[in-house]
Ligand binder design. Structure first.
Ligand SMILES: *Cc1c(COP(=O)(O)O)cnc(C)c1O
Length: 449
Protein backbone atom coordinates (compact mmCIF):
# COMPACT_ATOMS: atom_id res chain seq x y z
CA UNK A 1 0.00 0.00 0.00
CA UNK A 2 1.20 3.47 -0.80
CA UNK A 3 1.32 6.64 1.30
CA UNK A 4 -2.11 7.81 0.20
CA UNK A 5 -3.94 4.76 1.39
CA UNK A 6 -2.31 4.85 4.83
CA UNK A 7 -2.94 8.54 5.04
CA UNK A 8 -6.65 8.12 4.32
CA UNK A 9 -7.01 5.28 6.80
CA UNK A 10 -5.12 7.30 9.38
CA UNK A 11 -7.21 10.43 8.99
CA UNK A 12 -10.39 8.37 9.22
CA UNK A 13 -9.70 7.47 12.86
CA UNK A 14 -6.57 8.92 14.39
CA UNK A 15 -6.34 12.12 16.40
CA UNK A 16 -2.71 13.19 16.37
CA UNK A 17 -0.77 14.76 19.25
CA UNK A 18 -0.16 18.49 19.38
CA UNK A 19 -1.92 18.96 16.04
CA UNK A 20 -4.74 21.04 14.62
CA UNK A 21 -6.12 18.16 12.58
CA UNK A 22 -7.60 20.54 10.00
CA UNK A 23 -4.04 21.41 8.98
CA UNK A 24 -3.88 18.00 7.37
CA UNK A 25 -6.34 19.11 4.71
CA UNK A 26 -3.33 20.81 3.16
CA UNK A 27 -0.31 19.63 5.10
CA UNK A 28 0.98 16.19 4.17
CA UNK A 29 0.82 13.55 6.88
CA UNK A 30 3.66 11.14 6.39
CA UNK A 31 3.20 7.46 7.08
CA UNK A 32 6.52 5.84 7.92
CA UNK A 33 7.23 2.26 6.91
CA UNK A 34 10.57 1.82 8.61
CA UNK A 35 13.49 3.53 10.25
CA UNK A 36 17.22 2.96 10.01
CA UNK A 37 19.82 5.08 11.79
CA UNK A 38 18.94 8.75 11.32
CA UNK A 39 16.62 7.87 8.43
CA UNK A 40 12.87 7.36 8.26
CA UNK A 41 11.34 5.90 5.11
CA UNK A 42 7.77 6.30 3.91
CA UNK A 43 5.65 3.81 1.99
CA UNK A 44 6.89 5.05 -1.36
CA UNK A 45 10.56 4.82 -0.50
CA UNK A 46 11.12 8.51 0.20
CA UNK A 47 13.55 9.07 3.07
CA UNK A 48 13.59 11.72 5.79
CA UNK A 49 16.54 12.58 8.00
CA UNK A 50 15.22 12.66 11.57
CA UNK A 51 16.87 15.93 12.68
CA UNK A 52 14.77 16.14 15.84
CA UNK A 53 15.25 12.57 17.07
CA UNK A 54 11.50 11.93 16.80
CA UNK A 55 10.63 14.50 19.49
CA UNK A 56 14.00 14.29 21.24
CA UNK A 57 13.80 10.64 22.24
CA UNK A 58 16.12 8.83 19.85
CA UNK A 59 19.82 8.74 20.73
CA UNK A 60 21.48 6.00 18.71
CA UNK A 61 19.36 5.77 15.61
CA UNK A 62 16.25 3.90 14.59
CA UNK A 63 16.49 0.09 14.54
CA UNK A 64 19.73 0.17 16.47
CA UNK A 65 21.18 -3.37 16.27
CA UNK A 66 22.40 -3.44 19.88
CA UNK A 67 19.11 -2.27 21.39
CA UNK A 68 17.15 -4.54 19.05
CA UNK A 69 19.13 -7.58 20.19
CA UNK A 70 18.68 -6.72 23.86
CA UNK A 71 14.94 -6.31 23.39
CA UNK A 72 14.61 -9.57 21.47
CA UNK A 73 16.32 -11.36 24.33
CA UNK A 74 14.20 -9.61 26.95
CA UNK A 75 11.01 -10.38 25.09
CA UNK A 76 11.74 -14.10 25.24
CA UNK A 77 12.44 -13.89 28.98
CA UNK A 78 10.07 -11.43 30.64
CA UNK A 79 8.04 -8.70 28.99
CA UNK A 80 6.49 -7.18 32.11
CA UNK A 81 5.63 -7.89 35.70
CA UNK A 82 3.90 -5.85 38.39
CA UNK A 83 6.58 -3.87 40.24
CA UNK A 84 4.71 -3.67 43.55
CA UNK A 85 5.72 -6.67 45.65
CA UNK A 86 7.77 -8.03 42.72
CA UNK A 87 11.00 -7.11 41.03
CA UNK A 88 13.09 -8.05 38.00
CA UNK A 89 16.67 -7.82 36.83
CA UNK A 90 16.38 -4.97 34.29
CA UNK A 91 14.66 -2.69 36.85
CA UNK A 92 17.34 -3.39 39.45
CA UNK A 93 20.28 -3.10 37.07
CA UNK A 94 18.96 0.10 35.53
CA UNK A 95 18.48 1.66 38.97
CA UNK A 96 22.08 0.74 39.86
CA UNK A 97 23.38 2.28 36.64
CA UNK A 98 21.35 5.46 37.04
CA UNK A 99 22.51 5.97 40.62
CA UNK A 100 26.12 5.50 39.50
CA UNK A 101 25.85 7.84 36.49
CA UNK A 102 23.79 10.71 37.89
CA UNK A 103 25.14 13.47 40.16
CA UNK A 104 26.15 12.34 43.68
CA UNK A 105 23.53 11.99 46.41
CA UNK A 106 20.75 10.62 44.21
CA UNK A 107 20.36 7.10 45.54
CA UNK A 108 16.71 6.15 45.10
CA UNK A 109 14.96 5.46 41.82
CA UNK A 110 11.17 5.63 41.34
CA UNK A 111 9.95 4.55 37.91
CA UNK A 112 7.02 5.90 35.91
CA UNK A 113 6.20 5.55 32.24
CA UNK A 114 6.52 8.97 30.61
CA UNK A 115 8.00 12.38 31.26
CA UNK A 116 4.86 14.11 32.51
CA UNK A 117 4.27 11.32 34.99
CA UNK A 118 7.83 11.69 36.27
CA UNK A 119 7.17 15.37 36.90
CA UNK A 120 3.94 14.50 38.73
CA UNK A 121 5.89 12.04 40.86
CA UNK A 122 8.52 14.63 41.77
CA UNK A 123 5.88 17.26 42.65
CA UNK A 124 3.87 14.83 44.75
CA UNK A 125 6.94 13.41 46.47
CA UNK A 126 8.25 16.85 47.38
CA UNK A 127 4.88 17.96 48.76
CA UNK A 128 4.46 14.65 50.60
CA UNK A 129 7.96 14.84 52.06
CA UNK A 130 7.17 18.16 53.71
CA UNK A 131 3.85 16.83 54.95
CA UNK A 132 5.56 13.78 56.45
CA UNK A 133 7.99 16.19 58.11
CA UNK A 134 5.17 18.14 59.79
CA UNK A 135 5.06 21.01 57.29
CA UNK A 136 1.73 20.58 55.47
CA UNK A 137 1.55 24.34 54.84
CA UNK A 138 4.07 23.85 52.04
CA UNK A 139 1.76 23.54 49.04
CA UNK A 140 3.36 25.72 46.39
CA UNK A 141 5.97 25.37 43.66
CA UNK A 142 8.23 27.94 42.11
CA UNK A 143 8.87 27.64 38.38
CA UNK A 144 10.54 29.72 35.68
CA UNK A 145 8.84 31.71 32.97
CA UNK A 146 8.84 29.94 29.60
CA UNK A 147 9.36 26.54 31.24
CA UNK A 148 7.83 23.27 30.08
CA UNK A 149 7.30 20.16 32.16
CA UNK A 150 4.67 18.15 30.30
CA UNK A 151 0.97 18.01 29.57
CA UNK A 152 -0.80 16.28 32.47
CA UNK A 153 -2.52 18.82 34.71
CA UNK A 154 0.13 18.99 37.42
CA UNK A 155 3.01 19.10 34.97
CA UNK A 156 1.17 21.61 32.78
CA UNK A 157 0.56 23.83 35.81
CA UNK A 158 4.27 24.14 36.61
CA UNK A 159 5.08 24.88 32.99
CA UNK A 160 4.73 28.34 31.47
CA UNK A 161 4.35 28.03 27.70
CA UNK A 162 1.09 29.90 27.04
CA UNK A 163 0.30 28.03 23.84
CA UNK A 164 -0.12 24.76 25.73
CA UNK A 165 -1.28 26.08 29.08
CA UNK A 166 -3.64 29.02 28.73
CA UNK A 167 -6.78 27.08 27.73
CA UNK A 168 -6.57 24.89 30.82
CA UNK A 169 -5.74 27.66 33.29
CA UNK A 170 -8.97 27.25 35.34
CA UNK A 171 -8.02 23.64 36.07
CA UNK A 172 -4.47 24.26 37.23
CA UNK A 173 -2.68 24.76 40.52
CA UNK A 174 -0.95 28.12 40.64
CA UNK A 175 2.83 28.17 40.73
CA UNK A 176 4.93 31.16 41.70
CA UNK A 177 6.77 32.13 38.53
CA UNK A 178 10.26 33.61 38.55
CA UNK A 179 11.78 35.20 35.43
CA UNK A 180 13.77 32.84 33.25
CA UNK A 181 17.55 33.38 33.04
CA UNK A 182 17.06 32.83 29.27
CA UNK A 183 20.04 34.51 27.66
CA UNK A 184 18.04 35.64 24.62
CA UNK A 185 16.26 38.14 26.88
CA UNK A 186 19.42 39.96 27.96
CA UNK A 187 19.70 43.68 27.30
CA UNK A 188 21.96 44.81 24.44
CA UNK A 189 25.52 44.78 25.73
CA UNK A 190 24.64 42.67 28.76
CA UNK A 191 26.38 39.32 29.24
CA UNK A 192 24.42 36.10 29.66
CA UNK A 193 25.81 35.79 33.14
CA UNK A 194 24.74 39.30 34.15
CA UNK A 195 21.30 38.63 32.82
CA UNK A 196 21.11 35.33 34.68
CA UNK A 197 22.27 37.09 37.86
CA UNK A 198 19.46 39.62 37.51
CA UNK A 199 16.91 36.84 37.03
CA UNK A 200 18.35 35.02 40.00
CA UNK A 201 17.92 38.06 42.26
CA UNK A 202 14.21 38.07 41.43
CA UNK A 203 14.01 34.40 42.31
CA UNK A 204 15.75 35.09 45.60
CA UNK A 205 13.14 37.73 46.45
CA UNK A 206 10.38 35.21 45.74
CA UNK A 207 12.09 32.67 47.96
CA UNK A 208 12.40 35.21 50.75
CA UNK A 209 8.69 35.85 50.58
CA UNK A 210 7.40 32.35 49.85
CA UNK A 211 9.90 29.75 51.09
CA UNK A 212 7.76 28.87 54.11
CA UNK A 213 4.89 27.76 51.83
CA UNK A 214 7.03 26.34 49.02
CA UNK A 215 7.80 22.68 48.41
CA UNK A 216 10.29 23.01 45.56
CA UNK A 217 11.71 25.03 42.72
CA UNK A 218 11.36 23.17 39.42
CA UNK A 219 13.57 23.95 36.44
CA UNK A 220 14.92 22.57 33.17
CA UNK A 221 18.71 22.73 33.47
CA UNK A 222 20.49 24.82 30.77
CA UNK A 223 17.94 24.58 27.94
CA UNK A 224 14.21 25.31 28.00
CA UNK A 225 13.55 22.99 25.10
CA UNK A 226 9.82 23.21 24.44
CA UNK A 227 10.12 26.91 25.35
CA UNK A 228 11.75 27.58 21.98
CA UNK A 229 15.17 26.13 22.83
CA UNK A 230 16.12 29.06 25.03
CA UNK A 231 19.44 28.62 26.86
CA UNK A 232 21.18 29.93 29.97
CA UNK A 233 24.57 29.55 31.60
CA UNK A 234 25.38 26.80 34.15
CA UNK A 235 26.31 29.31 36.85
CA UNK A 236 22.59 30.03 37.37
CA UNK A 237 22.14 26.43 38.50
CA UNK A 238 24.92 26.85 41.03
CA UNK A 239 23.30 29.96 42.52
CA UNK A 240 19.92 28.24 42.47
CA UNK A 241 21.23 25.18 44.32
CA UNK A 242 22.75 27.41 47.00
CA UNK A 243 19.55 29.42 47.33
CA UNK A 244 17.38 26.30 47.65
CA UNK A 245 19.67 25.08 50.44
CA UNK A 246 19.67 28.46 52.14
CA UNK A 247 15.89 28.78 52.05
CA UNK A 248 15.26 25.08 52.73
CA UNK A 249 13.24 24.15 49.63
CA UNK A 250 13.74 21.25 47.23
CA UNK A 251 15.25 21.59 43.79
CA UNK A 252 13.61 19.52 41.05
CA UNK A 253 15.75 19.21 37.91
CA UNK A 254 13.69 18.17 34.90
CA UNK A 255 16.30 16.61 32.61
CA UNK A 256 13.66 14.77 30.60
CA UNK A 257 14.78 16.52 27.41
CA UNK A 258 18.36 17.52 28.21
CA UNK A 259 19.55 14.33 29.92
CA UNK A 260 21.71 11.65 28.31
CA UNK A 261 24.23 13.88 26.62
CA UNK A 262 22.12 16.45 24.80
CA UNK A 263 23.89 19.39 26.45
CA UNK A 264 27.37 17.94 26.02
CA UNK A 265 27.62 16.25 29.42
CA UNK A 266 25.69 13.11 30.32
CA UNK A 267 23.48 15.27 32.55
CA UNK A 268 23.16 19.04 32.33
CA UNK A 269 23.48 19.48 36.11
CA UNK A 270 27.08 18.24 35.87
CA UNK A 271 28.09 21.48 34.16
CA UNK A 272 27.25 23.36 37.35
CA UNK A 273 28.56 20.64 39.63
CA UNK A 274 25.21 20.42 41.42
CA UNK A 275 22.90 17.64 42.58
CA UNK A 276 19.17 18.32 42.65
CA UNK A 277 16.87 16.78 45.27
CA UNK A 278 14.82 15.24 42.47
CA UNK A 279 16.04 14.40 38.98
CA UNK A 280 13.43 13.58 36.33
CA UNK A 281 14.54 11.46 33.37
CA UNK A 282 12.68 10.11 30.34
CA UNK A 283 12.84 10.64 26.55
CA UNK A 284 16.40 9.48 25.72
CA UNK A 285 16.38 7.07 28.67
CA UNK A 286 15.37 4.13 26.46
CA UNK A 287 17.21 5.40 23.39
CA UNK A 288 13.84 6.38 21.95
CA UNK A 289 12.45 2.85 21.99
CA UNK A 290 9.85 2.59 24.72
CA UNK A 291 8.09 4.89 27.17
CA UNK A 292 9.80 4.92 30.54
CA UNK A 293 10.74 7.54 33.08
CA UNK A 294 12.57 7.67 36.36
CA UNK A 295 12.69 10.06 39.27
CA UNK A 296 15.86 9.91 41.29
CA UNK A 297 16.00 11.31 44.79
CA UNK A 298 18.08 11.31 47.94
CA UNK A 299 18.12 8.85 50.78
CA UNK A 300 17.04 11.62 53.18
CA UNK A 301 13.83 12.11 51.23
CA UNK A 302 13.27 8.36 50.96
CA UNK A 303 13.66 8.00 54.72
CA UNK A 304 10.87 10.51 55.38
CA UNK A 305 8.43 8.01 53.82
CA UNK A 306 9.91 4.91 55.48
CA UNK A 307 7.86 3.95 58.54
CA UNK A 308 5.27 1.54 59.91
CA UNK A 309 2.33 1.18 57.52
CA UNK A 310 -0.15 2.47 60.10
CA UNK A 311 1.53 5.85 60.10
CA UNK A 312 0.36 6.29 56.50
CA UNK A 313 3.50 7.98 55.27
CA UNK A 314 4.03 5.74 52.22
CA UNK A 315 4.12 7.11 48.68
CA UNK A 316 1.05 5.33 47.31
CA UNK A 317 1.60 6.29 43.69
CA UNK A 318 1.80 3.86 40.78
CA UNK A 319 1.34 3.46 37.05
CA UNK A 320 0.34 0.15 35.53
CA UNK A 321 3.50 -0.05 33.45
CA UNK A 322 5.84 1.22 36.17
CA UNK A 323 9.32 -0.17 35.53
CA UNK A 324 8.27 -2.19 32.47
CA UNK A 325 10.91 -4.86 31.85
CA UNK A 326 11.24 -4.29 28.10
CA UNK A 327 11.62 -0.55 28.61
CA UNK A 328 14.20 -1.00 31.37
CA UNK A 329 16.14 -3.41 29.16
CA UNK A 330 16.12 -0.91 26.29
CA UNK A 331 17.47 1.68 28.73
CA UNK A 332 20.24 -0.67 29.85
CA UNK A 333 21.23 -1.33 26.25
CA UNK A 334 21.26 2.43 25.62
CA UNK A 335 23.57 3.02 28.59
CA UNK A 336 25.84 0.23 27.30
CA UNK A 337 26.25 2.18 24.08
CA UNK A 338 27.47 5.17 26.07
CA UNK A 339 29.98 2.92 27.81
CA UNK A 340 31.22 1.17 24.67
CA UNK A 341 31.97 4.22 22.61
CA UNK A 342 33.26 7.74 23.29
CA UNK A 343 29.84 9.17 22.44
CA UNK A 344 30.17 12.53 24.19
CA UNK A 345 33.63 13.17 22.71
CA UNK A 346 32.40 12.42 19.21
CA UNK A 347 29.39 14.62 19.77
CA UNK A 348 31.71 17.54 20.49
CA UNK A 349 33.06 17.31 16.95
CA UNK A 350 29.59 16.92 15.49
CA UNK A 351 28.33 19.92 17.44
CA UNK A 352 31.34 21.96 16.28
CA UNK A 353 30.55 21.12 12.66
CA UNK A 354 26.89 22.06 13.09
CA UNK A 355 27.92 25.36 14.62
CA UNK A 356 30.42 26.08 11.82
CA UNK A 357 27.88 25.33 9.13
CA UNK A 358 25.39 27.65 10.83
CA UNK A 359 27.90 30.50 11.11
CA UNK A 360 26.73 32.36 8.01
CA UNK A 361 23.20 32.51 9.43
CA UNK A 362 24.49 34.89 12.09
CA UNK A 363 24.43 37.63 9.44
CA UNK A 364 21.09 36.66 7.97
CA UNK A 365 18.69 39.65 8.00
CA UNK A 366 15.94 37.54 9.59
CA UNK A 367 17.97 35.63 12.13
CA UNK A 368 18.29 37.19 15.57
CA UNK A 369 20.45 34.50 17.10
CA UNK A 370 22.11 31.15 16.52
CA UNK A 371 22.61 29.43 19.85
CA UNK A 372 24.04 26.11 20.83
CA UNK A 373 24.40 23.99 23.95
CA UNK A 374 26.04 20.65 23.20
CA UNK A 375 24.04 18.78 20.56
CA UNK A 376 21.17 21.28 20.64
CA UNK A 377 21.42 24.11 18.11
CA UNK A 378 18.67 26.66 17.55
CA UNK A 379 18.12 29.49 15.07
CA UNK A 380 15.72 32.26 16.03
CA UNK A 381 13.92 33.76 13.01
CA UNK A 382 12.64 37.33 13.47
CA UNK A 383 11.02 39.99 11.32
CA UNK A 384 13.61 42.57 12.29
CA UNK A 385 17.07 41.53 13.27
CA UNK A 386 17.99 44.88 14.83
CA UNK A 387 14.99 45.19 17.15
CA UNK A 388 14.40 41.44 17.43
CA UNK A 389 10.78 42.10 16.54
CA UNK A 390 9.24 38.65 16.13
CA UNK A 391 7.14 37.55 13.20
CA UNK A 392 3.44 37.49 14.06
CA UNK A 393 2.73 33.91 15.09
CA UNK A 394 -0.19 33.72 12.66
CA UNK A 395 2.27 33.82 9.75
CA UNK A 396 3.60 30.42 10.78
CA UNK A 397 7.03 30.98 9.30
CA UNK A 398 8.38 27.90 11.01
CA UNK A 399 5.82 25.80 9.21
CA UNK A 400 7.29 26.97 5.90
CA UNK A 401 10.67 25.68 7.01
CA UNK A 402 9.01 22.41 8.00
CA UNK A 403 7.45 22.04 4.55
CA UNK A 404 10.72 22.82 2.83
CA UNK A 405 12.46 20.25 5.00
CA UNK A 406 9.96 17.56 4.02
CA UNK A 407 10.44 18.34 0.34
CA UNK A 408 14.19 17.95 0.73
CA UNK A 409 13.93 14.87 2.92
CA UNK A 410 14.75 16.36 6.31
CA UNK A 411 12.42 16.23 9.29
CA UNK A 412 12.79 19.64 10.95
CA UNK A 413 9.96 20.64 13.23
CA UNK A 414 10.44 24.27 14.23
CA UNK A 415 8.99 25.51 17.50
CA UNK A 416 7.14 28.63 16.37
CA UNK A 417 9.82 30.65 14.59
CA UNK A 418 12.73 28.76 16.07
CA UNK A 419 14.39 26.20 13.81
CA UNK A 420 16.50 23.72 15.71
CA UNK A 421 18.58 20.59 15.40
CA UNK A 422 18.56 17.82 17.97
CA UNK A 423 19.68 14.84 15.88
CA UNK A 424 20.44 11.28 16.96
CA UNK A 425 24.10 10.91 17.94
CA UNK A 426 24.78 8.51 15.07
CA UNK A 427 24.42 11.31 12.53
CA UNK A 428 27.39 11.43 10.11
CA UNK A 429 29.16 14.40 8.58
CA UNK A 430 27.38 14.32 5.20
CA UNK A 431 24.05 13.99 6.97
CA UNK A 432 24.88 16.99 9.15
CA UNK A 433 25.62 18.98 6.01
CA UNK A 434 22.32 17.97 4.41
CA UNK A 435 20.44 18.82 7.62
CA UNK A 436 21.98 22.29 8.03
CA UNK A 437 21.90 23.19 4.32
CA UNK A 438 18.22 22.28 4.14
CA UNK A 439 17.44 24.38 7.18
CA UNK A 440 19.38 27.33 5.76
CA UNK A 441 17.48 27.15 2.46
CA UNK A 442 14.23 26.78 4.35
CA UNK A 443 14.95 29.82 6.50
CA UNK A 444 15.81 31.93 3.47
CA UNK A 445 12.62 30.83 1.66
CA UNK A 446 10.47 31.30 4.75
CA UNK A 447 11.67 34.86 5.37
CA UNK A 448 11.73 36.09 1.75
CA UNK A 449 8.63 38.30 1.96
C1 LIG B 1 8.92 16.26 26.90
C2 LIG B 1 9.12 16.86 28.23
C3 LIG B 1 8.31 16.52 29.32
C4 LIG B 1 7.13 15.60 29.19
O1 LIG B 1 7.47 14.31 28.82
P1 LIG B 1 6.35 13.39 28.11
O2 LIG B 1 6.98 12.06 28.02
O3 LIG B 1 6.08 14.01 26.77
O4 LIG B 1 5.15 13.42 28.99
C5 LIG B 1 8.61 17.08 30.54
N1 LIG B 1 9.64 17.93 30.70
C6 LIG B 1 10.43 18.28 29.68
C7 LIG B 1 11.57 19.20 29.94
C8 LIG B 1 10.19 17.79 28.41
O5 LIG B 1 10.94 18.18 27.38
Amino acid sequence: MNNRVWLQRDLAHLWHPCTQMKDHETLPLIPIRRGQGVWLEDFEGKRYLDAISSWWVNLFGHANPHINAALRDQMETLEHVILAGFSHAPAVELAEHLVRLTPPGLERVFYADNGSSAVEVALKMSFHYWRNCGQPQRTRFINLSNSYHGETLGALAVGDVALYKETYQPLLLQPITAPSPDCYLREPGQSCEDHARQAFRDLELLLERHAHETCAVIIEPLVQCAGYMRMYPPVYLKWLRQACDRFGVHLIADEIAVGFGRTGTLFACEQAGISPDFLCLSKGLTGGYLPLSAVLTTDAIYQAFYDDYERLTAFLHSHSYTGNALACRAALATLELFEREPVLERNQEKARLIRELCAELEDHPHVAEVRQTGMITAIEMVRDRATREPYPWQERRGLRVYRHGLEKGVLLRPLGNVVYFMPPYVIEEDEIRLMVDTAKEGITLATRD
